[in-house]
Design a binder for this molecule. Structure first.
Ligand SMILES: [Zn+2]
Length: 293
């Protein structure tokens, strides 16, 4: 049904057009692009880091370069709806490959030749599609490899990688046992107003904040004990148990409708303050009243 409709439309609307079909394929190891016309075909390997979207757009670019005939209008068939959508909504911020494709279409228009891009539904036995699909899926090591990696794909690949890696590293180190699983610094980052807040929260999460007890270890403070409670003046003491700050803790709990039990352990406390933007901001306000550096 689709096949018949499609063929009818093509023969009625695009009589004097030269037909090119393109497709792309992607697996973990391979990404490939292909194009075919009644005169020639191509199929190339590209780096598997490229997304299917980029590959589909690249296949069209390549087809315009390799398969078009100078004196004819071109009808390019693609099963990538998202590429056509991206072309339609072209802006200066569009992916590079889309800008490149738009440029190619424009250059062609300057020669008074039209390029029509038509979406063809995949897997509907349209012969043109099947041919391009077959070529793209059957690339092998011996097919030409073209050096194209989309900037957008590199960026998204490495941003995923850079977030995963520190978390993995952290999970593998010995401090995990001592510190417990930290709330992710990256997940709280969007809630912090500035670099200073970022530093304070990171130091609190990693217990690297400067306290009299810590200074004493380095010989920079002569009394590691709290003057009020006579307990070692560590970050746990200051934040969780020091009597001097009990009123501040009460206000903190009232503001956020929490129980004082959140001060029962450092771990519970950290998870509480990192549970929302509001928790974190109220905590940062309270922190200004504490004697830490
Ligand atoms: Zn104290």
């Amino acid at each position: 049904m689709i096949k018949a409709l499609f063929e009818e439309t093509i023969s009625e609307e695009f009589q004097d057009y030269f037909i090119i079909a393109t497709d792309a394929s992607k697996s973990q190891i391979y990404a490939s692009i292909a194009g075919t016309s009644n005169l020639r075909s191509f199929s190339f390997r590209i780096h598997p880091i490229n997304s299917i979207f980029i590959a589909e757009a690249l296949a069209i670019c390549q087809a315009i370069d390799d398969l078009s005939v100078p004196d004819s209008n071109l009808l390019i068939l693609t099963d990538s709806f998202s590429v056509l959508q991206a072309l339609k909504n072209l802006t200066i911020k569009s992916p590079k490959v889309i800008l490149r494709l738009a440029h190619k279409i424009l250059m062609r228009a300057k020669l008074n030749k039209k390029i029509a891009l038509v979406w063809t539904p995949g897997h509907s036995s349209i012969t043109w599609n099947e041919r391009a699909d077959y070529l793209a899926k059957n690339v092998t090591e011996s097919d030409l490899y073209i050096e194209w990696i989309a900037v957008e794909d590199i960026c998204s690949y490495y941003s995923k990688f850079s977030i995963q890696k520190p978390i993995e590293n952290f999970r593998n180190i010995k401090y995990l046992e001592v510190l417990g699983e930290l709330p992710s610094i990256l997940s709280t980052a969007p809630w912090l107003k500035n670099r200073r807040e970022d530093i304070i929260i990171t130091r609190i999460l990693t217990r690297m904040i400067i306290t009299p007890a810590l200074l004493n270890i380095f010989g920079l403070h002569n009394n590691p004990f709290c003057a009020v409670c006579n307990q070692e003046n560590t970050i746990e003491h200051i934040l969780l148990t020091c009597k001097k700050y009990l009123p501040h803790r009460r206000i903190f709990c009232l503001k956020l409708n929490l129980s004082l039990l959140i001060f029962s352990s450092y771990k519970v406390f950290l998870f509480t303050i990192c549970s929302s933007k509001r928790h974190l901001q109220v905590f940062l306000q309270m922190l200004k009243l504490f004697d830490i550096y």
